[in-house]
Ligand binder design. Sequence first.
Ligand SMILES: C[S@@+](CC[C@H](N)C(=O)[O-])C[C@H]1O[C@@H](n2cnc3c(N)ncnc32)[C@H](O)[C@@H]1O
Length: 209
Amino acid sequence: MKLKQLEGLLGDLQQFSNPKIELEQYPTGPHIASRMLYTAENSFGDVSDKVVADFGCGCGTLGIAATLLGAEHVVGIDVDAQSLEVASLNAEELEVQMNFVQCDIKNLQFRGLTIDTVVMNPPFGTRKKGADMVFLSSALKVASQAVYSLHKTSTRDHIKRAALRDFNASTAEVLCELIYDVPQLYKFHKKREVDIAVDLWRFVPKRAQ
Ligand SMILES: C[S@@+](CC[C@H](N)C(=O)[O-])C[C@H]1O[C@@H](n2cnc3c(N)ncnc32)[C@H](O)[C@@H]1O
């Protein structure tokens, strides 16, 4: 599938209608989401024929992009039941197969299921300190091949240190820096959109070597 076609399909997905601020529910826009998954597939071969998990899947954008790029199996995980309902409708609408699990990432147990690649746009940890780190640590525990994740550029050194020193990553590479438009979902946002610089990371867990 061409990049523009993927972006177009993701642009039609329903997003959070009543976002929960404490869960940092803001969607990954189609421009960033399509490029994130397209890079994972076309530069690294981490999507097609792989088992992919979308951590904090929200309305399913990243996981659906993985199915559209030929993943063998995709599971979307989120703590919020309402988001999972929307994600399930989005998958149905596009006629793609995806499984959904309601679970807090900190309680995730993946006994017996091999996940090749984790894709995620985790909470940045602005509402609940350390939320981003819980996602990263968990992703690097379950992925056998690679983890793709978005993190605020201001946290770059911290992310790299934690991934390599504490979370079992053998490599931690920033693939590109992006401008993330957080739409005005919450009353405390004064402007229509808040631009945040984010890094697209690729981590490789030690056991993948
Ligand atoms: C920034 S949004 C990203 C949503 C979606 N992945 C996307 O890219 O559009 C973060 C998501 O993580 C979910 N989330 C937050 N804390 C969580 C937790 N502890 N366990 C599981 N999901 C969580 C939220 O409900 C939300 O859907």
